[in-house]
Ligand binder design. Structure first.
Ligand code: FES
Ligand code: FES
Length: 224
């Protein structure tokens, strides 16, 4: 499910590494969707019957079953874990790796609280399987802090008091960080567009927009 253009649903890059040592079967996405009646997924889990059918399909999608050893690169560190194939990236980060900056709020792609950067692009961690993040650079809000110093976006949120309960804040920070990485001098309209997939129940939007523009001004909005 794609919330908007700033939060694309990740798709697997065939050139990237899959979790090591796994037995996989490959089927085409179209055939899998026909078989399962499911939504847009990339790494999939099939019952034995479906897997047998999948074996006959053209190669396109990798199929995993059982517990899968996985390595994720999170905030510059390689982390090893074992996941069920159905495990979302958000669950792996929060529940297994104890990286809790990304928040679980709706857990269905609607609020943006779980936003992390994947190879520099903002994605919804609740809508992505952990297996699909293998071989990619994952950055969470914790990873923006360098040598104990807040990222300019984080500092601007603090300075502008751009939060109340704070549940939405890491998601907003990551969306703004991604915006400034590709566009250091955004307009107010571009800021609004960049955070359009992030919801705040406390209504801090005006301060969030202010903070984003302030971060863009400070040090050109670049990371510290
Ligand atoms: S928790 Fe992922 S979009 Fe709401
Ligand atoms: S500060 Fe409470 S949800 Fe945004």
């Amino acid at each position: 499910m794609e919330k908007h253009s700033e939060h694309p649903v990740p798709t697997p890059d065939p050139s990237e590494t899959s979790p090591a040592g796994q037995t996989s079967t490959k089927i085409s996405r179209r055939h899998f969707l026909k078989l399962s009646g499911g939504g847009a997924v990339s790494t999939v889990i099939l019952s034995t019957g479906l897997r047998a059918k999948a074996a006959a399909m053209p190669p396109d999608v990798e199929v995993f079953s059982g517990n899968v050893p996985l390595q994720l690169k999170v905030n510059g560190q390689r982390r090893s874990l074992t996941v069920e194939p159905r495990t979302t990236l958000l669950s792996a980060l929060r529940n297994q790796l104890e990286v809790t900056g990304c928040k679980e709020v709706c857990n269905r792609g609607e609020c943006g609280a779980c936003t992390v950067l994947l190879n520099g692009r903002p994605v919804l961690a609740c809508m992505m399987l952990a297996l699909d993040a293998a071989g990619r650079e994952i950055v969470t809000v914790e990873g923006l802090v360098q040598n104990g110093k807040l990222d300019p976006v984080q500092q601007a949120f603090v300075d502008r008091d751009a939060l109340m309960c704070g549940f939405c804040t890491p998601g907003f920070v990551m969306s703004v960080r991604a915006l400034l990485d590709r566009n250091p001098n955004p307009t107010a309209a571009e800021v609004r567009q960049a955070v359009a997939g992030n919801l705040c129940r406390c209504g801090t939007y005006p301060r969030v927009f202010e903070a984003a523009l302030a971060a863009a001004k400070s040090a050109g909005g670049k990371r510290g």
